[in-house]
Write a protein that binds this ligand. Structure first.
Ligand SMILES: C[S@@+](CC[C@H](N)C(=O)[O-])C[C@H]1O[C@@H](n2cnc3c(N)ncnc32)[C@H](O)[C@@H]1O
Ligand code: SF4
Length: 376
């Protein structure tokens, strides 16, 4: 019998106070939202989706919950707690479930953090991005970097077990000295977990337009590789070890179990506008706009836009892409043709340990290329 996959619930909160110039996530500021959808009614709509979801798939213990966005903490903490209560009521939270919310440092207070913690949240991930004002300005971030240590301290005071920080490197105009300042500032907060992403210049964003017009340079691949290595050195020296190419944790318990579920192709229900779900090889995604989402639920329907069942080739490709990025590596059985391992082995990009293919330090910088080597 195949083992039953872990089950998680993702809640997408599609609201932000301002749109950062680099971000193309499915999120809306008050002016972008238009009529027919409101932040005030959002919790009720998500709760209606969770009710329909439990009717569709039945009760199933939830090991992890992740509120992402957008900016979940743009909503009153009471709304997030109410949604979490509905997840527990409809599906049942497993004992020791990991319950995370993303947060913008601008949008929390000691009181809101205490409400979240009291309501069952035990992990929080702050979007720090950088500690350097001129870098934050290019990213259009509005938060004061001096606030980050404060919000981490408030989260600790509120009793959060796990605190994570998100960083971005490779912003135009960021020197290696600037990046070191951000790394040191993040580590001074003693986080349990850090995510560091290279800046992706997305089409259709304000940043994308500025790069296309030549006002800002495209991030440079060699600079990104150097900054990745710089981050890894700083994190390892501070006792945070990588467990996925862009993620480091204090120990195994500090890894994000919810994201590990995605990377290991477990099952999850994604609630909220544009959220994706995956159950036993079938995946679907919700309508993207909050107005369309609200209309579907008001009519008593699940807000599903489209679904697909992955064929075995697509499943394999996804598995290689996601599992190879994990420190535990990719199972050898997932490599369709073992002869394809020779090139990355010769270039020192992977090792084979037991029955797992594991990226070396050099391989972590070139993970996407290794995936292309391994797949037919
Ligand atoms: C939903 S946001 C986190 C919470 C909150 N909205 C905030 O930004 O503070 C998720 C993370 O994705 C990352 N991100 C978004 N767009 C990105 C891009 N174009 N390149 C690199 N990282 C990006 C940022 O690090 C951000 O913290
Ligand atoms: S990075 Fe975060 S705060 Fe900025 S627009 Fe994207 S989701 Fe909103």
């Amino acid at each position: 019998m195949p083992s039953i996959a872990e089950f998680g619930v993702y809640v997408h909160v599609p609201f932000c106070s301002v749109r950062c110039g680099y971000c193309d996530f499915n999120t809306y500021t008050a002016t972008e939202l238009g009529g027919g959808a409101s932040q005030a009614a959002y919790a009720d709509h998500v709760i209606a989706e969770l009710h329909l979801a439990s009717q569709r798939i039945g009760r199933r213990a939830v090991q992890t919950v992740f509120f992402g966005g957008g900016t979940p903490t743009q909503l009153p903490a009471e709304d997030l707690v109410r949604i979490l209560g509905a997840i527990d009521q409809r599906f049942g939270l497993a004992p020791g479930a990991e319950v995370t919310t993303e947060a913008n440092p601008d949008s929390v207070t000691p009181a809101s953090l205490a409400t979240l913690r009291g309501g069952g949240f035990n992990r929080i991930s702050f979007g720090m991005q950088s500690a350097v004002p001129h870098v934050l300005a290019v990213l259009d971030r509005t938060h004061d970097p001096a606030r980050v240590p404060d919000v981490v301290a408030w989260a600790r005071m509120a009793g959060f077990d796990q605190v994570s920080l998100d960083l971005i490197y490779g912003t135009p105009g960021e020197s290696t000295g600037d990046w070191q300042i951000s790394l040191d500032a993040a580590l001074a907060c003693a986080p349990d977990h850090v995510s560091a992403y290279s800046l992706i210049v997305e089409e259709g964003t304000a940043l994308g337009r500025r790069v296309r017009r030549g006002e800002l340079p495209m991030p440079d691949e060699d600079d990104l590789a150097d900054k990745y290595a710089q981050a890894d050195t700083a994190f390892e020296a501070a006792g945070l070890s990588w467990y996925e190419v862009s993620n480091w944790a204090r120990d195994d318990d500090a890894r994000c179990r919810h994201n590990l579920g995605y990377w290991r192709s477990d099952d999850w229900w994604g609630a909220g506008p544009g959220a994706h779900s995956h159950l036993a090889g079938r995946r679907w995604w919700n309508v993207k706009h909050p107005r369309a989402y609200a209309e579907r639920l008001n009519a008593g329907d699940l807000p599903i836009q489209e679904s697909e069942t992955l064929d075995s080739d697509a499943l394999l490709m996804e598995r290689v892409m996601l599992e190879l990025r994990l420190r535990e590596g990719l199972s050898l059985e997932a490599v369709p043709d073992h002869a394809r391992l020779q090139a990355p082995l010769d270039r020192g990009l992977v090792t084979v340990t037991g029955n797992r293919v594991v990226l070396t330090d050099a391989g972590r910088l070139l993970a996407d290329g290794v995936v292309r080597d391994l797949l037919p």
